[in-house]
Ligand binder design. Structure first.
Ligand code: SF4
Ligand code: MG
Length: 327
């Protein structure tokens, strides 16, 4: 099957006063319809920058985007704003981290859900309002006809998150990007929101990219995992492969202690010593080497001088010299 979304060697670089920030530096993946990809990494790993690039939301005056972003076979990497505007909210939509900033306090929830529907379909205000009520119902808001004219501040945090999902889904997007959609919510609501995304995907067959720093979140929700570090993919595989047989030392860190993986992946993220590197001047060789405990196993200076690449193809693999030296 042809992938619905595919990124080929994507680079997203920002021009800053201090130099070029290589926020995404050679990222490739593909995602078919009806499947969910989890992109996992610490903040600053390039996850959010990648999703904003897909939606074409970076400022072209300060951003250089190279490589290819293919949506349903069409290259949208350098698409003009007029084309992207027709795609956003329609064929592809995003659920943002924070519902308070995504929803305007000045308009009713129903109006904010109805507006993108009206814009992309041209239906009447009345029909768009009915659609908003239907969407509120679909995302599990009780008494939607009575709540549709409420303002965001009248909703609880979990309800606002649902309203934002309703807004993103109102045009039945074929690609949905959810950036940390649950971090601000308590665990029960988190689980409900993720279940909701899964249900909606079963109804519509959309492709979903779920961005998170928490491997526990993805373990129940995604099909494939891409672990990102310093703007690059360091490990890729099915969720089962990555959780059962993680290959990259950074993934080991994310999973906590290495051996006990199968039963207990829901534990909170274990901090990895050190901090992510500066993307203005990333370390030479493997970008993870300043934090890695396994450079001696690789031997010599290889980790500090030679950049490991993810094996080509789509199977399970890691960008780490340990992999080569073991086989
Ligand atoms: Fe660690 Fe070397 Fe593998 Fe990088 S290539 S993760 S430094 S062992
Ligand atoms: Mg982010």
């Amino acid at each position: 099957t042809t992938p619905f979304l595919s990124l080929r060697d994507l680079h997203v670089h920002f021009a800053t006063e201090d130099g070029t920030v290589k926020a995404v530096d050679g990222l490739s993946f593909s995602l078919p319809r009806g499947r969910t990809l989890g992109i996992v990494g610490e903040s600053g790993s390039g996850k959010s920058v990648t999703s904003l690039a897909v939606l074409g939301l970076h400022d072209p005056r300060t951003t250089t985007t190279r490589g290819e972003i293919l949506l349903d076979g069409e290259d949208i990497t350098a698409a003009p704003e007029s084309v992207l505007e027709k795609l956003r909210g329609n064929k592809m939509a995003m659920i943002f981290q924070d519902s308070l900033t995504a929803l305007s306090p000045y308009y009713s929830v129903g109006r904010q859900i109805a507006e993108p529907f009206r814009k992309h379909t041209g239906v009447s205000r009345r029909d768009a309002r009915l659609r908003a009520i239907e969407m509120l119902h679909r995302v599990g808001i009780p008494n939607p006809a009575l709540r549709v004219d409420d303002y965001p501040h009248q909703f609880s945090g979990g309800m606002r998150q649902r309203a934002m999902i309703a807004m993103a889904l109102v045009c039945d997007p074929e690609l949905l990007i959810a950036d940390e959609p649950t971090t601000a919510l308590d665990v029960t609501v988190q689980a409900q929101i993720l279940d909701l995304l899964k249900d909606l995907q079963q109804q519509t067959g959309s492709a979903i990219v779920l961005i998170t720093h928490d491997l526990g979140v993805v373990s129940h929700t995604v099909d494939e995992v891409l672990v990102m570090y310093a703007g690059r993919a360091v490990e890729r595989g099915t969720v089962r492969e990555v959780l059962r047989d993680p290959q990259h030392p950074y993934t080991w860190g994310l999973l906590g202690s290495m051996p006990r993986l199968t039963s207990d992946v829901d534990r909170p993220l274990t901090p990895i010593p050190g901090t992510p590197p500066s993307l203005l001047a990333p370390p030479p060789g493997c970008p993870f080497h300043p934090r890695c405990a396994y450079t001696a196993e690789v031997g010599g200076d290889r980790c500090r001088s030679e950049r490991p690449e993810l094996p080509p193809g789509t199977g399970h693999g890691a960008a780490c010299h340990l992999q080569g030296s073991r086989t």
